[in-house]
Design a protein around this ligand. Structure first.
Ligand code: TXA
Ligand code: MG
Length: 380
């Protein structure tokens, strides 16, 4: 049996599998089609069928998920996966996450499904959680960056979930940004980075969560958190007991040390301007930022300041971006990447940002902000 048949999800898949495939060809540049989906979440199946056919034929489709927009390709097709690296300008040792729509698709990718993975899947799938498994040999090196493990996620977004189902194959999807730029949380961000490089962008409006999925390695003895996200360390420990944390999450790695998730070593999520993260009590942080902003302005530099609803009144100077409310941290996660892109748009030369506590969702927020700032952090 072909893999695509094993994963087939019914009449649509088979009907399209017989259709002509003309998306697989290498092209220098192409016309990227953009389809706006109805906001009800009950996306028109016509658009999704077109997208599914492109995926099955080896092409690239950007689509919304509950975390960030993904750039999808057939995860079992090495050539299709390679096109993702080319479109993103991504180093080829940085593996992709394979997305599935149902639990019975997992054994096609994962050689072993440990008990801990079953428990996490029951509680958090579909949802913003990726797990790392020992891989089946059919998963190509192009998808896993040559590793003997594979990252798998089952998204809860109805568009993403339906698209994977219709494609009838697991969908490899990194975030749909140019490598190194902030992840896209709106279709406009995807258009900025991918227009002319991929076949189709499905515009499902703004995503809900705004930071990428939590990654947990369940392939070893003790589960290990590799990237924090909306499924927090506290939630993982509540479900599993002991969960270790990859040191790559906590700070820059020493020369020569390799993080478990290869993607964590790159300067990521980064705005073009240099950024400084300021930690300390609110009034002192504001005083420090205002002082530094004034100096930078006097030196002829355009200054961006990232603050919160609670602190906005403390900043008379600079281009102010309100990232969200401290009393609702999910708003901070939701706006984080859009704010970094906004400051790029406004062509600032330097950015001063407030910081956040590292509990719960704060760990994911601070992980992204620290990387955006290249770990350029000051305590006041
Ligand atoms: O929320 C998300 O996870 C989004 C949406 C589209 O689902 N995807 C996403 O993909 O963030 P990406 O490629 O931007 O990040 C994937 C991360 C990288 O840091 C990569 O190194 C890591 O997952 N990864 C993938 N496969 C791995 C593996 N076998 N072992 C360890 N880390 C892996
Ligand atoms: Mg990414």
């Amino acid at each position: 049996m072909q893999e695509s048949e094993k994963l087939g999800t019914g009449a649509h898949t088979r009907a399209f599998a017989a259709g002509a495939c003309f998306y697989g060809k290498e092209k220098e540049s192409m016309n990227t089609k953009i389809i706006k989906l109805a906001s009800c979440g009950c996306a028109g199946d016509e658009a999704l069928l077109e997208a599914a056919q492109i995926l099955r034929c080896g092409g690239l489709v950007a689509f919304p998920t509950e975390t960030v927009y993904g750039l999808g390709a057939n995860a079992l097709d090495e050539d299709a996966a390679k096109k993702i690296y080319a479109a993103k300008g991504r180093p080829s040792d940085n593996p992709l996450i394979a997305h599935i729509s149902r639990m019975d698709e997992l054994p096609v990718l994962a050689a072993e499904i440990p008990e801990a993975a079953g428990r996490l899947a029951r509680r958090f799938w579909p949802g913003p959680l990726t797990m790392i498994f020992k891989k089946q040999s059919r998963v190509p090196d192009g998808t896993t960056g040559g590793l003997d493990t594979v990252a798998v996620r089952m998204p809860s977004d109805p568009v993403a979930n339906r698209l994977i189902q219709l494609a009838g194959v697991p969908v490899a999807a990194p975030s749909a940004n140019t490598s190194g730029r902030p992840s896209p949380t709106r279709a406009e961000h995807v258009v900025e980075d991918m227009d002319g490089k991929i076949e189709l962008i499905l515009d499902g409006g703004e995503v809900g969560i705004g930071v990428e999925s939590t990654i947990v390695d369940v392939s070893g003895e003790v589960p290990m958190l590799l990237r924090p996200g909306a499924v927090t360390l506290e939630m993982l420990r509540e479900t599993l007991g002991r969960v270790d944390v990859d040191p790559a999450i906590e700070g820059p790695l020493a020369e020569g040390v390799r993080p478990k998730a290869p993607g964590m070593k790159y300067r990521h999520y980064a705005p073009r301007a240099e950024m400084l993260l300021v930690e300390g009590e609110a009034e002192r942080v504001a005083a420090y930022i205002n002082h530094e902003a004034k100096k930078a302005k006097e030196a002829g530099r355009r200054v961006g300041i990232i603050c919160t609803e609670e602190s906005r009144r403390l900043y008379p100077e600079g281009i102010l971006e309100v990232i969200g409310s401290r009393s609702h941290e999910e708003t901070v996660a939701h706006n984080l990447f859009a704010v970094l892109r906004e400051l790029d748009e406004k062509a600032v030369d330097c950015i001063f940002s407030e910081s956040f506590s590292e509990d719960r969702l704060g760990q994911a927020i601070m992980n992204r902000l620290c990387k955006a700032a290249g770990y350029h952090i000051v305590q006041v």
